[in-house]
Design a protein around this ligand. Structure first.
Ligand SMILES: Nc1nc2c(c(=O)[nH]1)N[C@@H](CN(C=O)c1ccc(C(=O)N[C@@H](CCC(=O)O)C(=O)O)cc1)CN2
Length: 382
């Protein structure tokens, strides 16, 4: 997410980003909304359940996903007496970070996921922060660890993200998870939440991705780059544009799908968009608005009013990608929890045994090894 406001100085999905299963698409009818003769968006409303008047309702998709997660969590609780757990580490007192952490904790409570929080002062040393991450790495009730970003300048963000166990990396920011995401034939254990949410917005509305021309605006490690990789894995032809791109408008205008993650208020104008395209706006830029209690309002990277006239579907800000980021975090935490509790999924230990069985086998092996050791030490192995 790009996230900045008059009081927020960090641009989350900064342009260059240095800082940091749905049904298969149904055949598309021609002449869908947006005026294109080959729209990616079906004109059959039953296939686009979350699109109304060309607006993709991210809040409604997130609510549906959270309902699915809540039933799975309750099934785990009934069957195994255990629930997934998410640990959130926050450093410093940024208002926006505190808001997001509060939202995450509330969302966990809503679906029955246990949450644990560690609030650290912005004077904390990198070594102390790493110690808390390691503690959560070895805590059996924690299945997901998230370090809220951005971190204070004196802390090396990549060192902290790399310390999170990949089995608990629910943000999907660990270099191994990103590496796997980028490789053909490999899958990450977790997909970064915001790009994962963008894909769900497309998939749950049966928007055709295969063969589409997709343009991602912005190349951050946590939004632009993974979003491009996910689109590529779904057989889109993908172009990434960024701050050094020449004539960005003409490239965006060829796009059937635009993912805007530049962190620049209303960078993308109506004239840049191809009629009938689909626009996913990741930007959340704060602009001064004296009519608001907070003194500002959130605006995306796309001129929403203009895009609505041209595109077949567009996400609003707020209420588009933002709520999906949280829903996908819960989804990833559930996935991590299931891998441990049920022994499912493809963690680095590829066993399909339930968690308790894996631990029992491991204990039995340790006991056997100790017994053999004692036998040998007693000279009986000679
Ligand atoms: N460790 C992480 N840090 C950050 C991430 C992240 O995915 N992992 N993303 C962003 C912030 N973020 C979650 O942390 C986030 C941003 C926005 C929203 C959201 O729901 N926005 C609402 C508007 C909320 C408001 O009024 O402020 C919307 O767009 O509708 C959720 C999560 C940075 N850090």
């Amino acid at each position: 997410m790009s996230s900045s406001s008059p009081s927020r100085t960090h641009s989350w999905a900064s342009f260059d980003g240095e800082g940091s299963g749905a049904p298969s698409p149904a055949p598309m009818s021609s002449g869908g909304s947006g005026g294109s003769s080959s729209s990616l968006v079906s004109s059959d409303a039953s296939l686009t359940p979350f699109i109304k008047d060309r607006v993709i309702d991210g809040k409604a998709v997130a609510k549906t996903i959270q309902g699915e997660i809540a039933s799975e969590v309750s099934r785990l609780k009934d069957r195994y007496g255990r629930v997934p757990g998410l640990a959130v580490v926050i450093v410093g007192a940024r208002k926006d970070s505190q808001t997001y952490v509060r939202m995450k904790k509330k969302a966990c409570a809503d679906v029955g996921i246990a949450s644990f929080e560690k609030c650290l002062p912005d004077t904390v040393s990198q070594e102390e922060l790493l110690k808390f991450v390691r503690d959560f790495n070895s805590d059996k009730s924690v299945h997901g660890i998230l370090v809220q970003l951005p971190l204070p300048k004196h802390i090396d963000e990549s060192a902290v993200l790399a310390e999170i166990s990949i089995e608990k990396d629910v943000d999907g920011f660990h270099p191994l998870n990103i590496g796997r995401l980028c490789m053909k034939g490999r899958e990450p254990l977790f997909i970064p939440c915001t790009p994962f949410g963008c894909m769900q917005l497309l998939e749950r509305n049966n928007i055709k991705i295969k063969g589409a021309n997709a343009v991602v605006v912005g190349r951050s490690n946590i939004v632009g780059l993974p979003a491009a990789m996910l689109l590529l894995k779904r057989d889109a032809s993908v172009t990434i544009v960024h701050s050094a791109t020449q004539d960005m408008a003409s490239i965006v205008r060829r796009a059937d799908i635009v993912i805007a993650a530049a962190g620049k208020t209303e960078l993308i104008k109506k004239e840049w968009l191809k009629p009938g395209c689909v626009v996913i706006d990741v930007g959340t830029n704060g602009v001064e608005d004296k009519t608001k209690k907070t003194g500002y309002r959130l605006v995306g990277d796309v001129d929403f009013a203009g895009a609505k006239q041209v595109a077949a579907a567009v996400t609003p800000v707020p209420g588009g990608v933002g709520p999906m980021t949280i829903a996908m975090l819960l989804q990833n935490t559930l996935e991590g929890g299931k891998r441990d509790i049920e022994g499912t999924g493809s963690s680095s230990s590829s066993s399909s045994q339930p968690g308790w069985k894996k631990r029992a086998i491991s204990l039995a092996r340790t006991v056997a090894a100790a017994a053999v050791g004692a036998w040998l030490a007693g000279g009986r192995g000679k």
